[in-house]
Design a protein around this ligand. Structure first.
Ligand code: SAH
Length: 349
């Protein structure tokens, strides 16, 4: 195995000695290594996210949060929390917009990658970093943001095989990895509308995502505030394999070169919404990112930026289109809000 693929070697040894591993473990180890060893964002990297496309995205998120905060009575003690802040671009843009609206929150970042923590510190030096949600302070209301965070969390795959549903496990074949049907899964745990799906159907579930959403909702229910989740995925729990590997702005085989490509699955917004409701928080959406950005004023923001810098008008219009058009990020990407019962309804849902 080539030296530039150290994780593949470690995974091979793990499987040789301990037997096949779950798809969720494969994904967790691969992404843990991937994010710890690089900054994957932007034109020179592997993929580009909404805040890296245009400052309008972070600014509008900041204004949406500031509006909600103002209507909640402008509590002075308030915290901005971002999960997986990437390069810190969204936070920097959102914080600038929030300050212009009189909102100056304490800043907390949940981030595991040392490389990305360094990038975030360059843009938002005042942030306090956390490895996970368990160390977030309680007591003051929270304004939580997660953009393209949940799609990178580990998911299991369950496959309809001869004789019933089975958990997929990952085996090794030489230098390659491959999923195979493993132990039987009781059909009672499969959603009714999927239970009788044809042989070979794959169902993905992300216990890690559900657990994080429950923690978020619990914090919001206890301390007040809201969370905004933006990601690609479906409104309803549905069958179908969405696990994908992205490198250099293209799709590649998720079973090859683990740790060298970004592994993601589509987010199950129904499961996230159910998890939040179970903890006593209110859920709004999901709504298509395009509609949501239109409703909170991306058109006006684009006009204002263009008249301030007419030479950039084309580029600004192109960014607006990329973020909102149904053929690009407008429909597949969705926004969902989780709000405390003691807080007002959020705008644009
Ligand atoms: N939100 C940013 C970056 C998205 S990439 C943007 O929109 O540009 C995913 C981010 O989540 C990265 O910052 C990555 O390091 C972080 N991440 C992935 N898995 C994580 C985990 N289990 N815990 C904390 N952060 C994680």
């Amino acid at each position: 195995m080539s030296p530039e693929r150290p994780l593949a070697e470690r995974l091979a040894r793990l499987i040789d000695s301990g037997g096949p591993i779950s798809v969720a473990d494969y994904m967790a180890l691969a992404n843990g290594h991937y994010y710890a060893t690089r900054d994957p964002l932007g034109a020179a990297g592997d993929f580009t996210t909404a805040p890296e496309i245009s400052q309008m995205f972070g600014e509008l998120v900041g204004l949406w949060l500031a509006d909600l905060w103002a209507r909640a009575g402008s509590p002075r003690d308030i915290r901005y929390v971002e999960l997986g802040p990437g390069r810190g671009t969204l936070a920097a843009d959102a914080l600038r917009a929030m300050r212009s609206a009189g909102l100056e929150p304490e800043v907390h970042f949940v981030e595991t990658s040392p490389v990305l923590r360094t990038a975030q510190a360059a843009r938002v030096p005042e942030a306090v970093w956390h490895d996970d949600l368990s160390t977030l302070p309680e007591g003051a209301p929270l304004l939580i943001v997660a953009n393209e965070f949940f799609d990178a969390l580990p998911a299991r795959q369950i496959i309809a095989a001869d004789g019933g549903w089975r958990e997929r496990l990952v085996v090794r074949e030489g230098e390659r990895f491959r999923p195979v049907p493993g132990p039987a899964i009781g059909s009672a745990t499969i959603p009714v509308h999927i239970r009788n799906a044809p042989l070979g159907t794959v169902l993905e579930t992300s216990p890690a995502s559900v657990s994080i959403m429950r923690q978020l909702a619990r914090l919001i229910a206890a301390s007040g505030g809201a969370a905004l989740i933006v990601d690609y995925g479906h409104d309803r729990t549905s069958a179908g394999e969405t696990l994908q590997a992205v490198a250099k702005h293209g799709f590649s085989d998720p079973w090859e070169a683990p740790g060298e490509r970004d592994l993601t699955v589509h987010v199950d917004f129904e499961a996230l919404g159910d998890a939040a409701r179970a903890e006593g928080a209110r859920v709004f959406g999901p709504r298509g990112q395009g509609e949501w950005l239109d409703a909170i004023g991306i058109g006006l923001r684009a006009e204002a930026l263009s008249s301030a810098a007419p030479d950039r008008a084309k580029e600004i219009e192109r960014a607006r289109q990329r973020l909102t058009s149904p053929e690009e990020m407008g429909t597949l990407f969705k926004a969902m809000a989780i709000v405390a019962t003691s807080w007002p309804d959020p705008a644009a849902f």
